[in-house]
Design a protein around this ligand. Structure first.
Ligand code: DLL
Length: 433
């Protein structure tokens, strides 16, 4: 039997969903116009006023918000309520080291947690389940979001956060964990570790997993399902829009329902910005219609996907998105962390290197490897091994503080990285091959 957290909303008629969206969008545009001078100026530049927006069909008239707008307004110039009304921030890395900081009122957190609760119940969760949240806690939204959702469902919540694999497995077995929430690559790694310990799916109490924050294939889903003996569900979201739970998979395991009472989804042509009809592939754009502190209108996610309104066997009526099929920018997701090559370049230049480097990402034993080869300049070139290793360590720690993730740095001789005649090939992502 299908489980719902808010059945009336999740299975509402398309007409009802449109009514909610029309009303909430109109109010949200007015809220932004009144409280966010930067967005008001963007609207004025485009010649659109709040009264021009009567509902969802007028969405195309509004300007897009891009990641660069968030950067320009760092940290709180897009916040639409007094800061005293905000109770939390979450954050993610940005393109130049400036992080994207998202603000929440208590009401915003509540709605976000509802979205995560819907995802947990769609994966079969009830208040009889033990839900282990192995996404990172802290600034990353994965841990806090699923933690809140798990509480709302009434699961016994185990906030392990990420890492410490032996302890994860110990808790899964000792506490009888039935639902696991983590990145798909970590789920696969946990599966492999259990196998190495001689555990078969029958020895593991898990029944479902809610995995997201990075791209994963159908093949990976099968592998995880087989090694852990579970059903593996996808979950999508981004910090700018709240975090996980913008969209989630149901029992059909065939695309993710967007929580349309909170977010209006559009797919646009990434080059022209023109809205595309359902069924066509393009860049996903979201408008948050219920968030108060940090509302975003027509936010360009850079994720490529397709929307579908085909009837779903689970009974939910909200539009479905495919798994993201790539990005329109150069952002890499390494072990769940967003990494832009430009951030690496900034660190190298600040530390006296030139922009001659190569990033090599691979997936070994289901864990992402992250190597950076950096050319020494001719002035710093030496064959003194101690000196090189000292420099390498310095770069590792400078990069770690910029990116929030450890890279293996190898310093190489000047001019040893092949120069390209066209665009420099900075990234070799072997995971895609
Ligand atoms: O990754 C939020 C999240 C946490 C989602 C836990 C799901 C589970 P950010 O760190 O801001 O937020 O990264 C957002 O990650 O634009 C996508 O490119 C990618 N992404 C998120 N979920 C998926 C997914 C969180 N299910 C960026 N499949 C997004 C593929 C995903 N990519």
């Amino acid at each position: 039997m299908e489980n719902y957290y808010q059945k009336d909303i999740e299975c509402a008629s398309p007409g009802q969903i449109k009514e909610w969206q029309d009303e909430r969008l109109t109010a949200q545009v007015q809220h932004m116009w009144d409280n966010v001078p930067y967005y008001r100026a963007m609207m004025e530049k485009k010649g659109v006023k709040p009264e021009d927006i009567k509902g969802r069909d007028d969405l195309y008239k509004l300007p897009f918000i891009e990641k660069s707008d968030l950067r320009e307004n760092y940290p709180d110039k897009l916040v639409a309520v007094p800061l005293k009304d905000c109770v939390r921030i979450q954050s993610t890395s940005g393109t130049t080291g400036k992080r994207v900081v998202a603000y929440y009122t208590q009401g915003d957190i509540d709605l976000w947690e509802d979205c995560c609760a819907r995802a947990i119940m769609a994966a079969g969760g009830t208040n009889e389940d033990v839900c282990q949240v192995s996404y990172g806690y802290g600034l990353f939204t994965g841990g806090p979001g699923l933690n809140g959702g798990s509480h709302k469902v009434g699961c016994l919540t185990v906030p392990t956060s990420s890492g410490n694999t032996d302890r994860q497995i110990m808790f899964i077995r000792d506490l009888n964990t039935t639902i696991l929430c983590c990145t798909p690559s970590y789920a696969a790694y946990l599966g492999e570790s259990m196998k190495e310990m001689g555990l078969s799916p029958e020895d593991i109490p898990l029944k479902a997993g809610i995995f997201g924050a990075e791209a994963w294939s159908e093949e990976m889903r099968h592998e995880i399902q087989n090694t852990l003996g579970i059903k593996a569900y996808d979950i999508y979201g981004l910090t700018e829009l709240s975090g996980p739970g913008v969209a989630f998979e149901c029992s059909a395991q065939d695309g993710m329902h967007v929580n349309e009472d909170h977010f209006i989804a559009e797919v646009v042509d990434p080059d022209t910005g023109e809205p595309l009809p359902d069924g066509e592939k393009g860049e996903l754009v979201f408008t948050s219609i219920t968030k108060k502190a940090f509302p975003l209108i027509r936010y360009r996610t850079r994720d490529i996907c397709i929307l579908s309104r085909e009837k779903c066997s689970c009974g939910r009526t909200h539009v479905k998105m495919t798994k993201p099929m790539g990005r329109t920018d150069d952002m890499l997701i390494i072990r769940g962390v967003n990494v832009f090559p430009s951030q690496i370049e900034t660190v190298l230049l600040k530390n006296g290197y030139q922009a001659n480097y190569q990033i090599i990402v691979d997936r070994v034993n289901n864990t992402d490897t992250f190597d950076i080869h950096v050319e020494m300049t001719s002035e710093m070139f030496t064959d003194n091994v101690g000196e090189i290793s000292k420099r390498q360590n310095e770069l590792v720690s400078a990069l770690r503080s910029m990116l929030g993730i450890k890279a293996n740095v190898t310093l190489v001789a000047p001019k040893s990285i092949i120069r390209s005649e066209g665009k420099a090939v900075r990234v070799i992502d072997k995971r895609k091959i």
